[in-house]
Ligand binder design. Structure first.
Ligand code: CDT
Length: 309
């Protein structure tokens, strides 16, 4: 057995007016709960230190940049990293990254239980749009505020296994999991902020949204024989609802833990990485069964092209 006691630390809403100091205090309470439950790994949501600011249209770059971190840990976030190190807990946490060169990414990092930053991922599948869209019930401006990630989908050895990250919308794309799966991933960690209603189709509400979320995460786990830990920022942020539904999914695609609130909430599970082996050596033994000679379109073409009628 290679058990990783993993805490999925869902966060309730963060309002625009909430300070990073307030948010980090909440995160430390969750981290203390994770320690009490015996966790060595804690997974926090996407953009965990602030409200989901891409719902707000901004033209002033200085106003935009206030939602970004210029250093991780920075002055306000350092107490979280210090507590994780003291507890011997590795962290996966999402934040808005502003680089010294002035580049903007939707990023997550992985630390070792000893507190070193060992991995960084920058979100590749950015949803939404770049300009104000009058047709939508609310805005989703990730394409305005972030560049697509430039680091690919790496994996890292940590916690006794092979660990990978992705962020929110990435979880809906099978390519995400397969690229990680081809590197032997045994646990995919991801945070998300998913609006409870589709801004372009009001009939698609929280039930459908939770269905698509579970469907994507469970399929990704099963088809790549990997654990997936998916962690929400949930609840109503300044009038805008986000789904909960944080999940820990096993390598058979089964949900072993799921959140029941839209508040700060811990899920914990002892994830045995050895459970990945059976699927990886049988039905999803990629080396024996994949037929790459037929997969060329996946990397040579972006959009769908139907034949002429
Ligand atoms: N944060 C994030 O990526 N949210 C998206 C919303 C999609 S609708 C524009 C998601 O996939 O959940």
């Amino acid at each position: 057995m290679r058990e990783v006691v993993t805490a999925a630390l869902q966060m309730g809403p963060i309002q625009k007016a909430d300070s990073r100091k307030d948010v980090v205090e909440r995160m430390i309470v969750l981290l203390d709960q994770a320690k009490a439950a015996g966790a060595t790994l804690a997974v926090f949501p996407e953009l965990a230190f602030t409200t989901f600011f891409p719902r707000w249209y901004m033209e002033d770059q200085a106003e935009v940049d206030q939602w970004f971190e210029t250093a991780i840990p920075g002055n306000e976030t350092a107490p979280l990293f210090k507590r994780a190190r003291e507890h011997g807990i590795g962290l996966n946490v999402g934040y808005a990254e502003l680089t010294p060169e002035g580049r903007h990414f939707n990023t997550s990092i992985l630390t070792s239980p000893q507190g070193e930053i060992i991995g960084k991922y920058r979100k590749i599948h950015l949803p939404g749009h770049a300009e104000y869209d009058t047709e939508r019930a609310f805005q989703h401006l990730e394409k305005r505020y972030f560049e697509p990630g430039d680091l690919g989908f790496p994996v890292w050895r940590s916690q006794g296994g092979v660990m990978g990250m992705c962020i929110c919308n990435d979880r809906r794309w099978p390519e995400t999991y397969r690229v990680l799966g081809l590197q032997g991933v045994e646990m995919v960690m991801l945070g998300f902020n998913t609006p409870s209603v589709n801004s372009q189709m009001s009939s698609e509400g929280p039930e459908d949204r939770l269905f698509h979320h579970r469907l994507s995460v469970q399929a990704g786990a099963y088809q790549n024989a990997t654990w997936v830990v998916a962690v929400a920022k949930a609840g109503v942020e300044d009038g805008h609802p986000l789904i909960g539904g944080s999940l820990i999914v096993d390598p058979n695609g089964k949900i072993v833990a799921e959140s029941t609130t839209e508040e700060d909430e811990m899920l914990v599970h002892a994830c045995d990485l050895d459970l990945c082996t059976f699927g990886k050596e049988t039905i999803f033994d990629f080396k024996r069964h994949r037929r790459i000679e037929h997969y060329g379109l996946i990397t040579s073409q972006t959009g769908a092209v139907a034949p002429n009628e």
